[in-house]
Write a new protein. Structure first.
Length: 389
């Protein structure tokens, strides 16, 4: 049987990293004694008022076709929120709703990149970036953030990666997996290079509501960036709505119009009742976001304290998000060996961070998305495993 070359391009070499997670998930479904720390799905329930708003919208008949770009009121809400946070002047015409931020990321790649183009991605990077950029036939150019330097961005390394084929720079800040946020200086020189070389910037900001330390900085706040930046967001993490699949892109109107054409072929609009529920969350559920952020902060602090005392482990304190990167090379095991042996010995699944790029080799990514009790139990098991080595 013959398939298109696209089928090969979207496989991505990092997909195998999820094998251990899927194994653990299957064991959990069989009610085996497993603790899943290998995925970033919030353990909180979607806030009740959001669910009630969706039910009300369904009962009122918002169950039919909707505008391809999304309800105007939701798009206006997202634009207002973006303006308040970044200072960038946008309106509903600059917003398109998508089936999660992943859909927005994929659409950006298809709308911005051609075969033979190059797209720079800051590494470590989320595992789907590889296939997403390869889909239109473009080449991913990784810019490695050095672990020894706390995964900070080096201007000279970024500048050296730009060629006459470079079309865009993709990054996530705060990062998945590291939890590191780009600072004002780093964003300033990314913006400078974008203006100098006429590049697009695709800024994945899905963890922006979970910044623990310091201020969240946005590339859209940099001067003269309106025609260069696409900002991605999502309801999945901030409002514990990962299964609702509501994300968005904020971009120049011409970019939104092109994404609309693509969405017409792929989605034909998102469910109206989900859009109404999402708008209600954005306008009325900030207290829930703050509550979840403080819980993630507490869990982060607990993990950092516990892992810092375990021989052979070196945790990286994240600025934001729901993950912690832990260097395990001091145990004498590679990150792949550590993740595999830990699971088979204790039932605790973590993710080999090599999946996020070679610069993350030696690290595992630990998720904070289980209850405090389960997280404490997982730490005990990990501690006993490390001692046994």
């Amino acid at each position: 049987m013959k398939f298109s070359s696209l089928s090969d391009r979207v496989k991505g070499e990092a997909a195998d990293a999820w094998d251990l997670h899927y194994l653990a998930k299957q064991a959990m479904d069989r009610n085996e004694d497993v603790i899943l720390l290998s995925v970033g799905d919030p353990d909180f329930a979607t806030p009740d008022p959001v669910i009630e708003r969706a039910l009300q919208a369904m009962r009122e008949g918002d169950t039919h076709y909707t505008s391809i770009s999304g309800h105007d009121s939701l798009r206006e809400c997202i634009a207002e929120r973006h303006h308040a946070r970044t200072g960038q002047v946008v309106s509903a015409e600059n917003v398109i709703t998508t089936s999660g931020a992943q859909n927005a990321l994929f659409a950006c790649s298809l709308c911005l990149l051609d075969a033979g183009d190059e797209a720079i991605v800051l590494q470590p990077m989320y595992v789907t970036y590889e296939a997403t950029i390869q889909a239109p036939g473009a080449r991913l150019v990784p810019v490695v953030l050095d672990a020894e330097n706390g995964f900070r961005l080096d201007r000279e390394v970024l500048e050296a990666a730009i060629t006459d084929k470079t079309r865009a720079i993709f990054y996530a800040s705060p990062s998945n997996p590291t939890g590191i946020s780009l600072n004002q200086q780093e964003l300033a020189f990314i913006a400078e290079l974008a203006r100098q070389h006429d590049l697009w910037i695709v800024a994945d900001e899905v963890y922006t509501d979970f910044v623990f330390d310091g201020e969240m900085h946005h590339i859209a706040s940099q001067p003269a960036m309106y025609e260069h930046v696409v900002t991605l967001g999502s309801m999945s993490k901030s409002y514990a709505m990962s299964g609702w699949r509501l994300g968005w892109a904020i971009a120049p109107t011409e970019m939104v119009e092109n994404m609309e054409k693509l969405a017409l072929c792929m989605l034909y609009g998102l469910p109206g009742f989900i859009q109404q529920a999402s708008e209600h969350a954005l306008r009325h559920c900030e207290d829930e976001v703050q509550r979840m952020r403080e819980i993630y902060r507490r869990r982060r602090d607990m993990l950092y304290e516990v892992f810092s005392t375990m021989p052979g482990l070196k945790p990286l304190l994240p600025d934001a998000g729901m993950f912690m990167m832990v260097n395990v090379l001091g145990t004498g095991l590679s990150s792949h060996e550590f993740a595999s042996e830990l699971y088979h010995a204790t039932g605790v699944s973590v993710l080999d961070a090599t999946a996020f790029g070679a610069s993350a080799a030696g690290y595992v990514r630990v998720s904070c998305t289980v209850s405090d009790e389960q997280l404490a139990e997982a730490c005990q098991r990990i501690g006993k495993f490390v001692e046994s080595l």
